[in-house]
Design a protein around this ligand. Structure first.
Ligand code: GLU
Length: 388
């Protein structure tokens, strides 16, 4: 018997399934098993050398001390300039918080806005951490389940109540790779124009879009939403910098000040060296992002052509990010059990859709080499045959 009893807070939410399962896959691989890890959403590329060198130079110059809590003035200005260009809305450095990953920024947004019992609208399938973070701050996640794959504004409107504090939009979406169309963005934005509801845009993957999809932000169509919008971005996926833990939030000054106050008591500043690397990435990294994007697009096409060889599988057609969300409902009754068997027996890791709000699906992250993608999908086929 342990002296430790989990607190109410710890008991109120689930561990991150993406991280837990991927850790299991890595452990199995370390023990000598051949494992294809389609689990965690993490580019397989190394961080570009020039970003690493920027961090190295910063360290040599003595930038190894605390920085301002919300990020160095230079990085905040760089983020503000980039976001102002990309969103065509002017942001200043005071409207930027730099955090240890986009995840931390999302959490501080929720801590800064949500009162106990407040509702936060989340579109399904959703990234695993959204509902759990809402629960952690005492809020209620309100899930919008689409009748078809694409969610309509009416379906969202039906969930809005006097208790709605915020809505989270994530395009391209993790886990589906879906990108909201211009019409969808317009119809979702209109819902918010005359309401006191925060809009949290998790735009982690906005640089990873595949033709013919186009990325449209609510701020492109309705810049006036800026006063009630919090934008989230990250160096992790576009710049292959997951381990550096560097993300940002942009929003109205009082919101950013509140989030910075929270961060001051929790982690202080994000790593000074990660900030130096991210500044280089944001200033001079566009060509790397474009190279990565093209590679991911080819892999998306490869994944689809390999999956087409397996009868009975369906999926949401991914238009961005590096995920494909596969529907196994025609073939197997319990996808969570299947994923466990796949990992233990066939050495391939998928994340069960349960954690994303869609139990008949599983998420495959195709941030792997072509050879691994082919081998992994072959193993999925073998795994399915063993069951049917
Ligand atoms: N966001 C990535 C994923 O969905 C990284 C892991 C996590 O933070 O959940 O796999």
């Amino acid at each position: 018997m342990s002296f430790y009893n989990p607190s109410q807070l710890v008991s109120s939410f689930e561990e991150s399934a993406t991280l837990a399962l991927s850790a299991k896959a890595k452990k199995l691989a370390a023990s000598g098993k051949s494992v294809i890890n389609f689990g965690v959403g993490e580019p397989d590329f190394n961080t570009p050398k020039s970003f690493i060198e920027a961090a190295f130079k910063a360290a040599e110059k003595g930038q190894t001390k605390y920085t301002a809590v919300g990020g160095t003035p230079n990085l905040r200005e760089t983020v503000a300039a980039k976001i102002s260009r990309d969103y065509r809305v002017a942001y200043s450095a005071e409207e930027v918080l730099v955090s240890s990953g986009g995840k931390q920024a999302i959490f501080h947004f929720l801590q800064a806005t949500v009162e106990p019992g407040d509702e936060v609208i989340i579109l399904s399938p959703y990234w695993v951490s959204f509902p759990e973070m809402v629960k952690m701050v005492g809020g209620r996640p309100i899930i919008v389940n689409a009748k078809s794959q694409r969610i309509t504004a009416d379906e969202i409107a039906a969930k809005i109540s006097p208790k709605t504090k915020a809505i989270i939009l994530n395009s391209p979406s993790n886990p589906s790779g879906l990108v909201f169309t211009r019409e969808e963005v317009e119809s979702y934005s209109k819902l918010l124009l005359n309401k006191n509801i925060w809009l949290l845009c998790d735009d982690t993957y906005y640089k990873l879009i595949y033709s013919p999809a186009e990325w449209v932000s609510p701020l492109h169509l309705h810049p006036e939403l800026k006063e009630k919008t919090c934008l989230i971005g990250s160096a992790s996926k576009s710049y292959a910098m997951t381990g550096w833990r560097l993300g940002w939030a942009l929003g109205p000054k009082p919101l950013i000040a509140a989030m910075t106050k929270l961060q001051s008591q929790v982690t202080s500043n994000p790593s000074s060296l990660s900030q130096a690397a991210a500044e280089e990435a944001l200033k001079n990294g566009d060509s790397f992002v474009e190279d990565f994007r093209k590679i991911f697009e080819k892999r998306r096409n490869l994944v689809i052509s390999e999956l087409q060889k397996i009868p009975g599988l369906q999926w949401m057609e991914p238009e961005g990010a590096f995920y494909i969300f596969i529907d196994f409902s025609k073939l197997i009754p319990n996808v969570t059990d299947f994923c466990e068997k796949l990992l233990d027996r066939d050495g391939v890791c998928l994340i069960p859709g349960e954690a994303f709000g869609a139990p008949s699906y599983a998420r495959l992250s195709y941030a792997l080499s072509d050879a691994d993608i082919k081998e992994g999908i072959r193993r999925i086929e073998v795994g399915l045959k063993a069951l049917t």
